[in-house]
Design a protein around this ligand. Structure first.
Ligand code: ADP
Ligand code: MG
Length: 464
């Protein structure tokens, strides 16, 4: 251990440790990066050589780990010794007086997260997605009103199930999380759970393998509110649909609330069992349409304020004029703007805005699943798909797995955690490692770079 670590090893004050940590980081990153990503973090406690910190949201973790992993590890070793570890805690409820109860440990923590046992219960809700920061506009007015009604009286309106559909990036996920957050806000004891239908499928398959399918079903049947996102991913998955049908009936009969989202209306969900489709139409089906110009500007304003950044109106208007159909892209543009400014330590001026908008609008936007990416990667390398999901360490399997993870990160909107889950329940840090490894290999090996580009083209071509 170095001198600093020895001195700090006996120190139990997380503030002091964090201060040392920050002082090293500050020397090594541009000022704006430091201000945007590190300063808002607050130390929470020190537990052995593990430092627990509070971050405002998941995006911080992804950004920091994605861009500064090496620096963070080095710094940790410097201040806490070789055993030094960082645990991120996402603040679910800023106002809460007893933070322990409202926190969700999402990194490096003992892995209770994936096992949805009833006593270690978490709702899997993103605390950032609230009604308060969901901007109302013509396109989402009805869906929003229905969502609020359901949140106020879950299971007691005729909106059961509540079925919200619409194109990519229009706020479906945000809205259904907001319902869950609002219900929990009012009734701490209600059992609310959010799950995307592809995670639901992956977990179900795992449960079958582990002989715990019954527990899996009873977990969902024990909910007061079940929120399932992107139900279209159940298409063609007969067994999962059967189980879901069973859970749906059990909950609906008991007067529990079911909330669903989809990229298309129920009648267009080909490949989904008719009896499910007819049940989806029992309650209320409502759509979300793309936002108009004023709504887009309002969303941008609201978002940048939430990051603590104030920009001139013209910048928001310029972005809103150029990015018109997808709110995720609007946000993506803002984040990219911050990132560009961070990485180059530049001021945010019109030139940077124009450049960033151009970058965003020339990126091809496709919707592909992690499974699809895995399939194409495995075909390319002639590797058995199952091997990629198992613990196989053969060189070509490892390469295919890492490239599939890397492309999943690039081409889908899935979180690192979800990506890990698709590869045999691997941890999110494994995905980070895979991405930085492939990044490095591509830089060193032009042949590999070409291969990865070829695969990417193939995926994009088959997906459009
Ligand atoms: P979808 O699930 O329909 O693909 P999301 O709910 O993931 O879309 O929304 C994409 C991003 O846009 C999210 O970060 C979300 O917070 C934001 N967003 C969508 N609609 C709104 C809105 N009306 N007000 C504020 N932010 C929004
Ligand atoms: Mg969504």
């Amino acid at each position: 251990m170095n001198e600093l670590a020895v001195r700090l090893a006996t120190n139990k004050d997380p503030n002091i440790i964090w201060k040392e940590f920050l002082s090293i980081i500050k020397e090594n990153v541009p000022f704006i990066t430091y201000n945007t990503w590190f300063l808002p973090i607050k130390p929470y406690e020190i537990d052995g050589s593990t430092l627990k910190i509070h971050v405002p949201n998941n995006f911080f973790i992804e950004w920091i780990e994605g861009h500064h992993n090496t620096l963070i590890n080095k710094t940790l070793h410097q201040v806490l010794g070789p055993e030094g570890k960082l645990v991120y805690i996402v603040l679910e409820d800023k106002e809460s007086a007893v933070p322990e109860l409202s926190e969700k440990i999402i990194s490096n923590a003992p892995n209770t997260e994936n096992s949805k046992s009833q006593n270690a219960f978490v709702a899997y809700l993103n605390p950032r997605y609230l009604f308060d920061n969901f901007i109302k506009g013509e396109g989402n007015q009805l869906a929003r009103a229905a969502a609020i009604a359901v949140a106020e009286n879950p299971g007691e309106t005729s909106f059961n199930p509540l079925f919200i559909y619409g194109g990519v990036g229009l706020g479906k996920t945000h809205l259904i999380h907001a319902i869950g957050n609002k219900i929990l806000d009012k009734h701490r004891t209600k059992r609310v759970v959010y799950v995307s239908s592809d995670v639901f499928t992956v977990e179900f398959v795992e449960a079958i393998q582990n002989n715990t399918a019954n527990e899996f079903a009873s977990f969902y049947k024990s909910m007061d509110v079940l929120i399932i996102d992107d139900i279209q991913f159940l298409m063609g998955k007969e067994k999962t649909q059967d189980l879901f049908y069973n859970i749906f009936n059990s909950l609906h009969q008991a007067g529990k609330q079911i909330i669903l989202s989809s990229d298309k209306p129920p009648k267009d969900l080909k490949g989904l069992n008719e009896r499910l489709i007819s049940r989806f139409q029992w309650g209320l089906t409502t759509d979300i349409q793309p936002p108009d110009f004023e709504t887009r500007v309002a969303i941008l304003k609201n978002k940048s304020e939430s990051y603590g950044i104030i920009l001139p109106n013209e910048i928001f208007e310029y972005i809103a004029q150029n990015i018109t159909t997808n709110i995720r892209e609007l946000e993506g543009c803002l984040i990219k703007l911050l990132a560009n400014a961070s990485l180059s330590s530049k001021q945010i001026d019109f030139e940077l805005v124009r450049k960033t908008v151009k970058e965003i609008s020339t990126t091809k936007h496709i919707e592909v699943s992690i499974d699809f990416i895995t399939k194409i990667v495995c075909e390319f390398f002639s590797v058995d798909e199952n091997k990629v999901r198992e613990k196989n360490r053969r060189k070509e399997v490892v390469l295919a797995r890492q490239i599939a993870m890397y492309l999943s990160k690039q081409l889908t909107k899935s979180s690192l955690k979800t990506i890990g889950l698709h590869f045999g329940g691997r941890d999110h840090s494994t995905v980070i490692h895979a991405c930085s490894n492939i990044d490095k290999m591509i830089e060193e090996d032009p042949m590999l770079k070409e291969k990865v580009n070829k695969i990417k083209n193939k995926i994009e071509l088959s997906a459009t």
